[in-house]
Design a protein around this ligand. Structure first.
Ligand code: PLP
Length: 348
């Protein structure tokens, strides 16, 4: 049966559900940036010229600015409506109905979702108890004919990264290796410099998290120029909107401030991990993203999740193999952490 993607609801819907005003919602379920976008964005978007003209289908200015940011030639870069769109384009470019992708579960849901939409099949290779990728398991699936391997690093929802040496073993195979680095600005790790040397490496990045542009939808992929040319040919011509392009350029101009905020989020992640670690009932996983994965005692997860939601605090709840009674908690502002900890004291 077709599995719809389980996306997060907007604050007004959450507020209604909890019976509280919208400004009382503490939204820690989407890994969004609690500081919002660059303070230059509102005025920059208001004064941007040319919303009545179609944006550049070849994204020249956006790709040039991204090239400077990641240190690559723009011929290796394609932008889109979020990393989600690049995932979808990659799948459409590579998979025929019945073809397979390798998915290292538990992980971000869009890889298997997009494969399914294309009529493809997902081979799930479970991660270890500590969420490490089973490279040997991936190699077996590749030998069996899988066309694309997705490695999310830092992994959503576990937060751990995959060592470059492990990914190198995959790159030696005749398979497309997609490394999703949506949270790279928080981990400080990237394989972007390896892209020009590897025909089969794709690195995914996004402005949604570090740039605070989740609502504007701006992401990009780094890959061989041949694959870029193919994706350029099959993508909807104006997939990066004028507002998306403007938001991207304004954010990159203000990157020092935005990256300082990432450093603050990383500090707050440490404070939140320490505070959650004080609850004997919770098991907190180390994370390199802007979120923490946390396990509640067996059978208690849903009760804690709903108890928090009733208090206006929304987390991402999981109850599936490898993620029993678990929550992913986005790092918010210090006052959000404090509210979460007080609510947990009432509930645990
Ligand atoms: C690992 C991962 N990849 C991609 C995305 C989607 O990013 P975007 O907002 O750029 O589409 C997300 C969003 O949560 C994510 O967690």
């Amino acid at each position: 049966m077709f599995q719809a993607y389980d996306a997060v609801d907007p604050p007004e819907v959450l507020a209604q559900r909890a019976g509280i005003p919208e400004d009382k919602v503490i939204k820690l379920n989407g890994n969004e940036n609690p500081f919002g976008p660059s303070p230059r964005l509102t005025e920059g978007l208001a004064n941007w010229p040319g919303y009545h003209i179609y944006p550049d289908p070849l994204q020249r200015r956006a790709r040039a600015a991204l090239g400077e940011y990641v240190g690559l030639d723009p011929k290796h870069i394609l932008a889109g409506a979020g990393a989600d769109e690049i995932i979808d384009l990659l799948i459409r470019a590579t998979l025929e109905p019945g073809d397979r992708i390798v998915n290292c579960v538990p992980t971000f849901g869009m890889y298997s979702f997009s494969a399914q939409v294309q009529g493809g099949k997902t081979i799930s290779v479970p991660r270890s108890e500590d969420f490490e990728v089973d490279i040997d398991g991936c190699l077996l699936a590749i030998k069996d004919g899988a066309k694309v391997v997705f490695i999310c690093s830092p992994n959503n929802p576990s937060g751990n990264t995959t060592p470059a040496g492990d990914i190198q073993r995959l790159l030696e195979q005749d398979v497309l290796v997609v490394v999703d680095e949506t949270y790279a600005e928080f981990s400080g790790e990237t394989l972007a410099p390896l892209v020009p040397e590897h025909w089969n490496l794709v690195v995914l990045r996004s402005l949604s998290k570090w740039g605070g542009l989740a609502g504007l939808r701006v992401g990009y992929g780094l890959m061989s120029s041949g694959l870029i040319d193919f994706l350029m040919a099959i993508k909807p011509p104006y997939n990066l909107s004028a507002a998306g392009e403007a938001g991207l350029l304004i954010s990159l101009e203000d990157k020092e401030l935005l990256l300082r905020r990432c450093a603050d989020i990383v500090l707050e992640r440490g404070r939140m991990a320490a505070a959650l670690g004080e609850f004997p009932a919770l098991k907190v996983r180390p994370s390199r993203g802007n979120f923490l994965l946390c396990h509640a005692p067996s059978g208690k997860g849903h009760e804690v999740y709903t108890g928090l939601a009733e208090r206006g605090i929304f987390l991402r709840y999981f109850n599936q193999p490898g993620l029993e009674d678990s929550f992913r908690i986005s790092v918010g502002l210090p006052e959000h952490t404090d509210a979460l900890i007080s609510a947990l004291r009432e509930l645990l």
